[in-house]
Design a protein around this ligand. Structure first.
Ligand code: UD1
Ligand code: UDP
Length: 383
């Protein structure tokens, strides 16, 4: 039996690991010891519930307004204990979170190989996204298997000296999750979503949570959105507010009482992606949304100065606009009033995957551990 220990802790990691866990759990020659740090609690539990994932270990580390140091130290010591007990053949981590970095470090200290899912994304700016750029890079230094979602990500790893034999271009598992969840006939459960009029109103989906945006930059974003709604009577904004108390307080202060801004708690993934599928455009500083929305043909204006996901920008469906209010208002207004521009940005493109990323990761793992003689056939994005 091959003992694999997937570790994750936040909402986006859980969404992106879910398709892979399902496939791993179905393998007779693999024992999967799913471990959650619960760096997030409620937002993680929403995903575990939806995908019916039952962790073997739950470290339950979340603290309100936790610092990066607290998360990192807590994960490092607690994951180390589980590794000592379970002695897995491989740890699997995802992306760029504190959980990912600290778990990889714990695996390294115990000389356990690490497989890094969603490897090789880079901005080359260590403070943007902060601290995720550095988390992903440091995890890459410790990883033995690098599952790069795209060719661009593979090239970044090659440039850093990772050997080609350790990199597998798989596509992003978020597209697996998305395709398994979006449903044209989906009926919303949330009362506010049920009442949205997608025909006569332009529904804008807004999310913001990045640590480097917290403070004046997030205030600028929210004030700009408030002004947009005031100027455009045919718009309605839906904001599922991240549970970070700082984000909660700011959203409450700026948006309370604004009729056409609907603040909601974090939405279950199926509610959220089906909302994205029906909305007019997306304003966000999220990483995952930059991958999902293009696949659904939704223009995305990214409220950041850098992105580690350049593929959809090259394809023309995503635009990086920063957080200056004038810029946010001008760029969003163009998409609201210029149908030609809107149509160009709304062409569905799928540079991030074809829904088979988890299957390719499994094949690469089986090949690496000599359970299969066949190397994985790589995902070939047209971009
Ligand atoms: C983390 C990740 C970030 C990812 C984001 C997804 C790091 C360094 N950052 O950032 O890459 O984009 O998750 O959302 O790992 N909270 C709750 N309940 C929850 C979740 C969060 O109350 O279910 C609150 C807590 O007060 C917590 C705070 O949100 O202290 C911040 O959470 P944390 O995981 O530390 O950082 P994020 O900013 O969410
Ligand atoms: N998401 C969700 N409910 C929400 C907001 C986001 O299910 O209310 C999903 C979204 O579809 C995407 C992921 O959560 O897959 C993005 O998470 P987040 O923005 O917190 O993190 P990031 O992608 O920036 O790391």
């Amino acid at each position: 039996m091959l003992k694999i220990m997937p570790v994750f802790g936040t909402r986006p990691e859980a969404i992106k690991m879910a398709p892979l866990l399902k496939i791993l759990e179905a393998q007779e020659e693999i024992q999967t010891i799913t471990t959650v740090t619960a760096q997030h609690r409620e937002m993680l539990d929403q995903v575990l519930q939806l995908f019916k994932l039952i962790p073997v270990y739950d470290l339950n580390i979340m603290q309100p307004e936790q610092s990066l140091t607290e998360v990192t130290v807590s994960v490092l010591s607690k994951i180390g204990e589980i590794i000592s007990k379970e002695k897995p053949d491989l740890m699997l981590v995802h992306g760029d979170t504190a959980t990912t970095f600290a778990s990889s470090l714990a695996a390294f200290y115990h000389k356990i190989p690490v497989g890094h899912v969603e490897a090789g994304l880079r901005t080359y700016n260590k403070y943007s996204p902060y601290p995720e750029e550095m988390n992903r890079k440091l995890t890459g230094c410790m990883a033995d298997l690098h599952f790069a979602p795209t060719q661009t990500a593979k090239e970044a790893l090659l440039k850093e000296g990772v050997s080609a034999g350790q990199i597998f271009v798989t596509g992003n598992t978020v597209i697996d999750a998305l395709l398994q969840t979006v449903d044209k006939g989906y009926k919303f459960k949330d009362a506010t979503l049920k009442q949205l009029d997608f025909e006569s109103r332009k529904v804008i989906l807004l999310t913001a949570h990045r640590r480097e945006n917290i403070g004046a930059r997030m205030e600028h974003i929210f004030q700009a959105v408030k002004e947009l709604v005031r100027q455009h009577h045919d718009t309605e904004v839906v904001v599922p507010v991240h549970l970070n108390p700082v984000v909660q307080k700011l959203a409450e202060r700026v948006f309370r009482g604004i009729e056409r801004v609907k603040m909601l708690p974090p939405l279950a993934y199926e509610e959220f992606v089906n909302l994205m599928d029906r909305c007019y455009l997306v304003l966000t500083d999220s990483g995952g949304l930059q991958e999902e929305a293009p696949a659904l043909g939704k223009p995305v204006l990214v409220l950041r100065d850098t992105t580690e996901r350049p593929e959809a920008i090259a394809a023309g469906t995503v635009k990086l606009i920063g957080t200056e209010p004038e810029k946010i208002i001008a760029e969003t207004t163009s998409l609201l009033v210029n149908p030609d521009l809107y149509r160009k940005m709304a062409a569905a493109v799928n540079p991030y995957g074809d829904g088979k990323a988890a299957e390719r990761i499994l094949q690469a793992i089986r090949y690496y551990f000599k359970l299969s003689p066949h190397p994985v056939k790589e995902y070939n994005s047209s971009l």
